[in-house]
Design a protein around this ligand. Structure first.
Ligand SMILES: NC(=O)c1ccc[n+]([C@@H]2O[C@H](COP(=O)([O-])OP(=O)(O)OC[C@H]3O[C@@H](n4cnc5c(N)ncnc54)[C@H](OP(=O)(O)O)[C@@H]3O)[C@@H](O)[C@H]2O)c1
Length: 245
């Protein structure tokens, strides 16, 4: 996709815009002319990227869904939404704490759905529009220590399919991206909790080697654009061929 004006006059909300993947998606959409509204929790990080991209910014805490309706009030009508916020608390089942499990499912699965509900109810999503949710390879592959995270991403994908069907008459598309391990803080934090041997064995499962935030951003850009206008309710792997093995 080379046309710099693909998103001219399109307003797109990026939730999790301070993260490795969300910030790269925001920069990529901005380069192609999108008018952005950036959201995340850390206001100082948010202001830096919002000023760099001349974007609007909105502070949101995904653990507080009661605040969403007021936040949605401030948002102008949208052509696209990207949910790239998330947490990945890793733990063997034996040591998993209920509060971490619930927090992970709240941030990764429940809150994106409630935020979309509020945007939809307040008529802040245009017709047509596209919604992209960042899931994970782990939603469909077992990995020790990832139980809470996998539960949240599996729920996200299942709810995305149902939203896709429900919103299709309004030409609002809903798709997920399922990245494998992406070079990022989140992946570094995860890899610190496993041995070098296990990490290397995992990395060997990617025929195309390491993935980068830009790989996810390029796929998100395609799904947000009209070039994917007949694609909805699906999960697009961005995993360097992991599933091909
Ligand atoms: N990195 C990977 O290898 C990988 C692989 C597969 C899928 N993913 C998924 O891709 C997405 C982005 O990952 P990433 O690597 O970019 O992670 P990251 O760098 O850790 O960024 C996480 C983002 O989520 C936001 N966030 C976390 N908790 C929040 C809360 N309670 N309320 C509002 N925002 C909150 C953070 O905002 P603040 O800065 O304001 O806290 C930040 O913008 C996640 O959904 C992740 O599960 C990542």
């Amino acid at each position: 996709m080379t046309n710099k004006k693909v998103f001219a006059s399109k307003r797109i909300l990026v939730v999790g815009a301070t993260g490795a993947i969300g910030s790269t998606i925001a920069k990529t959409l901005s380069l192609q002319g999108a008018e952005l509204c950036l959201a995340s929790r850390d206001v100082s990080k948010l202001e830096v990227i919002a000023s760099e991209l001349s974007a609007a910014s909105i502070s949101i805490n995904l653990t507080k869904p009661d605040s969403f309706a007021a936040i949605v009030d401030e948002i102008d009508i949208l052509d696209g939404i990207v949910c790239a916020a998330g947490v990945a608390p890793l733990s063997p089942v034996k040591f998993m704490q209920e509060k971490h499990l619930i927090n992970c499912i709240q941030i990764n699965a429940v809150s994106p759905l409630l935020l979309i509900r509020d945007l939809y109810k307040q008529k802040k999503i245009k017709t047509p529009a596209s919604i992209v949710l960042i899931s994970s390879l782990i939603a469909s592959r077992g990995a020790a220590g990832y139980c809470a995270y996998a539960a949240s991403k599996g729920a996200l994908e299942a709810s995305a399919r149902c939203m896709a069907v429900e919103f299709a008459p309004h030409k609002i598309r809903v798709n997920c991206l399922a990245p494998g391990m992406i070079e990022s803080q989140m992946a570094r934090r995860a890899s610190e909790q496993i041995s070098e041997d296990i990490l290397q064995a995992h990395m060997n499962l990617y025929p195309l080697g390491s993935g980068f935030p830009q790989d996810v951003a390029d796929a998100a850009t395609f799904l947000i654009s009209d070039q994917s206008r007949w694609i909805t309710g699906t999960v697009v792997p961005v995993d360097g061929g992991y599933r091909a093995k």
